[in-house]
Design a protein around this ligand. Structure first.
Ligand code: SF4
Length: 391
C-alpha cells in the first residue's frame, strides 16, 4: 500500500502529474488532511484500444511517427485483435517498446458462460482486470446476431425492477472494455455480431465521452466497421445528456426506459423520474428526433397490476401520440429481491392491442434465454452472493 499526502482539492492534478497516460480507476477516499491511500491497482495504464484513429495519430506524432502508423496499429487492435504489442509484426521493435511502456492491452476474462438450450442465447459473466464482474448477452436471431453489453459494473440509477441497480455502481467501463465484451463474445462463439445494444448494467449516458469513443471505434473503417444504425443505446432518461447526444447527430438508435406514462407512477419505480419529469424527457426526445431524424424506442416493462391496465395503455398512447416512436413491451423479469410479477401472455397481448388501436407502433419483445439467468444483473449477483473469487 502506498501513501501520498497533498493539499486539499489538488488530487486530480497530482494524479495527472504522476503520469499523463494513467487513469484513476478506483474511487478515492481522502480524509480532511488530504491523505490518500493508494492500493496496488490504483494506477492502470490506459488500454490502447480505447483510442480513436485520430487520437492514435496524436499519440504516434508524440513519438515522432508518421500518421499512417495509426491506421496500421488500429487494424492490429480492432481487426486482427492481437493480444500483445509483440504481435504487431510490421511495427518496429522500438515503437512497440515505447507503446508497451505507456499503454496496455488488457482482455476480459470469461468467469462463466450460460447457454440456453432453447434458442442459443449465451450469457457471459466477465471478470475485469480489477476483479469486478459484468454481464453481456449474445443473442441469436434468424438472420443476425446481437450483443447486449454493459457500460458500468453495477448501476446507481436504482430502478426497482432491475437487479443491476441493487448494489449501486462500482465504476464505469472504458471504451476498450466495452469493445472487448463484443470481441471476446465473437471469439468464443466463432460468430460475427451484427448489432449491439448498450442495455446491460449501467447508465451509458453517464459516461457519454467514453460511449462516443466506443461508437467511433466500433464503427471505424479498419476495425469492426459496424454501422451506426446497428447500435442502440438505452437510457433511463438523463435529460441533459440526451440533448448533448442529439447534438452529435449520430445515426444510432436511442431507447428510452419509460415504464410508466405518468410522473407519479414512474417515480415509484425509477428514482431518476424525481429529477426529470416526463414532460422534460419528452421534450428531449423530440429534440433527439429533430436533430437526428431517428425514431425513438420506448421500453415499457409490463408489471402485473401496476402499469398494465387499459387506463395505462390510454395514458401511454396519449403521451406518444403524433411522435415518431416505437414501444417495446417487456414482460418484467422477476428479480428475487423484488416483488414484481409479470402479467400472463394474454394480458400482455391485450395491452399491445390496446396500444395498436390508438395507432401506436408496438411489439412485445421476444423472450430469449428464458432457461438461463436472463434478467440483467442476476448472474453477477448470484456470483457475488456465493462469495466468488471474482466478486
Ligand atoms: S434498468 Fe438500467 S438504468 Fe435502471 S438500474 Fe437497471 S441498469 Fe441501471
Amino acid at each position: 500500500m502506498n501513501k501520498i499526502i497533498f493539499p486539499n482539492n489538488t488530487l486530480f492534478r497530482i494524479v495527472r502529474a504522476v503520469h499523463k497516460t494513467h487513469t484513476v480507476l478506483f474511487k478515492i477516499k481522502a480524509n480532511v488532511t488530504g491523505t490518500v491511500l493508494l492500493t496496488q491497482n490504483f494506477f492502470m495504464m490506459n488500454d490502447l484500444r480505447s483510442y480513436t484513429i485520430s487520437e492514435l495519430k496524436t499519440i504516434l506524432a508524440s513519438y515522432g511517427e508518421k500518421p499512417y502508423r495509426a491506421s496500421q496499429i488500429f487494424s492490429w487492435l480492432h481487426e486482427k485483435r492481437v493480444s500483445g504489442f509483440e504481435e504487431m509484426t510490421d511495427i518496429s521493435k522500438d515503437l512497440r517498446q515505447k507503446l508497451s511502456g505507456d499503454y496496455c492491452i488488457v482482455h476480459l476474462k470469461i468467469a462463466e458462460v450460460q447457454s440456453s438450450k432453447k434458442d442459443g442465447t449465451k450469457k457471459f459473466l466477465y471478470e475485469l482486470h480489477d476483479g469486478n464482474l459484468i454481464e453481456s448477452v449474445f443473442m441469436k436471431y434468424r438472420e443476425w446476431n446481437s450483443a447486449c453489453i454493459s457500460s458500468q459494473a453495477g448501476c446507481d440509477m436504482g430502478c426497482r425492477f432491475c437487479a443491476s441497480g441493487i448494489d449501486g455502481c462500482v465504476r464505469s467501463l472504458t471504451a476498450a472494455e466495452m469493445l472487448d465484451e463484443i470481441y471476446t463474445m465473437e471469439e468464443y462463439t466463432g460468430e460475427k455480431i451484427n448489432s449491439v445494444v448498450v442495455m446491460g448494467s449501467g447508465e451509458p449516458l453517464l459516461l457519454l465521452d467514453e460511449l462516443l469513443r466506443f461508437i467511433e471505434i466500433i464503427t471505424a473503417d479498419g476495425g469492426k466497421h459496424l454501422s451506426q444504425r446497428s447500435i442502440t443505446v438505452s437510457t433511463c432518461g438523463i435529460v441533459p445528456k440526451i440533448r448533448e447526444l442529439a447534438e452529435k447527430k449520430l445515426q444510432i438508435n436511442l431507447a428510452i426506459s419509460l415504464h410508466a406514462a405518468t410522473d407519479e407512477k414512474r417515480q415509484q419505480i425509477m428514482p431518476i423520474a424525481k429529477k426529470y419529469s416526463i414532460a422534460e424527457l419528452m421534450d428531449a426526445c423530440v429534440c433527439y428526433f429533430e436533430q437526428t431524424g431517428r425514431r425513438l424506442t420506448f421500453e415499457y416493462a409490463l408489471i402485473d397490476g401496476f402499469n398494465d391496465t387499459g387506463e395505462d395503455a390510454a395514458e401511454l398512447a396519449d403521451l406518444l401520440k403524433g411522435k415518431m416512436s416505437h414501444v417495446n413491451l417487456i414482460p418484467v423479469n422477476p428479480v428475487k429481491e423484488r416483488d414484481f410479477r409479470r402479467p400472463d401472455g394474454e394480458k400482455a397481448r391485450r395491452f399491445k392491442v390496446r396500444l395498436e388501436n390508438f395507432g401506436i407502433n408496438v411489439t412485445i419483445r421476444r423472450e430469449l434465454g428464458s432457461d438461463i439467468d436472463g434478467a440483467c444483473g442476476q448472474l453477477r449477483r448470484k456470483r457475488k452472493k456465493q462469495g466468488s473469487e471474482y466478486a
